[in-house]
Design a protein around this ligand. Sequence first.
Ligand code: OAD
Length: 252
Amino acid sequence: MSSNPAIPEALAGALRDCQSMCVLTGSGISAESGVPTFRDAQEGLWAEYDPQELATPEAFLRDPELVWNWYRWRRRRVAEAKPNPAHLALTEFAARIPAFSLITQNVDGLHQRAGSSNVIEFHGNLFQTRCFAESCSLNVDNVDDDTSNLPRCPSCGSLARPGVVWFGEAIPPSALESAMIAASNCDMFLSIGTSSVVWPAAGLIDVAMRHGAVTVEINPNPTMESCRVAFQLAGKAGQLLPALVSLNAKGF
Ligand code: OAD
């Protein structure tokens, strides 16, 4: 019996039977760590900028200093944040469920800091830096974020860029392939804290549905997927995920 009124009994049963879980997270899972979601209004100095206009190769070419300043600000914000109960709950699922995959659209590294391993980083990582020249793309280490100098590639001398996926860029092929395999082979798919508007990540839930997975969305606000999923849990990930973990634990 599910003792949490927000969690339907049928979902509690599916959770107890779950042998293979695939989780997709978006920036909402880090909201309770104090990291603003991607489409929330930005704060302070950045309030007047639209993130979708800073996160592009064109913006970087136009004004690399502006784009680097934004990413350095985000690096500082994330470095100050700590994983929250939602990130930690996923490490519990990973320990209990025989096959578990975690795909994140987030670049903040909070899943790894919570203890998750083998995280499929769909949109790269905020703390990585690589050469902007496509012909080089070398990873650049030891970037000093406390200077106003723009980092450069030690090999070819081109400007370096944050190691994230920008609008209009392809998902890293290995991440896309691993995510497709995980979504195709799960018996339960959780979509957590994402507005489900950015493709191809937003299509992974369809892949899971077509392969017969039970689909669950956790989000305080409705999305395009809310009326299609088997279970929509309207609430915060930091409250609902620990409750789901405790239901799953009772089945083992
Ligand atoms: P969005 O900012 O689009 O959506 C965040 C979602 O989290 C919203 O639907 C919120 O309702 C929800 N949310 C807020 N607080 C929450 C909480 N405590 N618990 C659960 N959900 C909560 O962010 P994403 O969907 O992650 O990609 O955006 C997807 C991609 O868009 C980003 O990875 C980024 C951007 O394009 C790139 O930069 C390539």
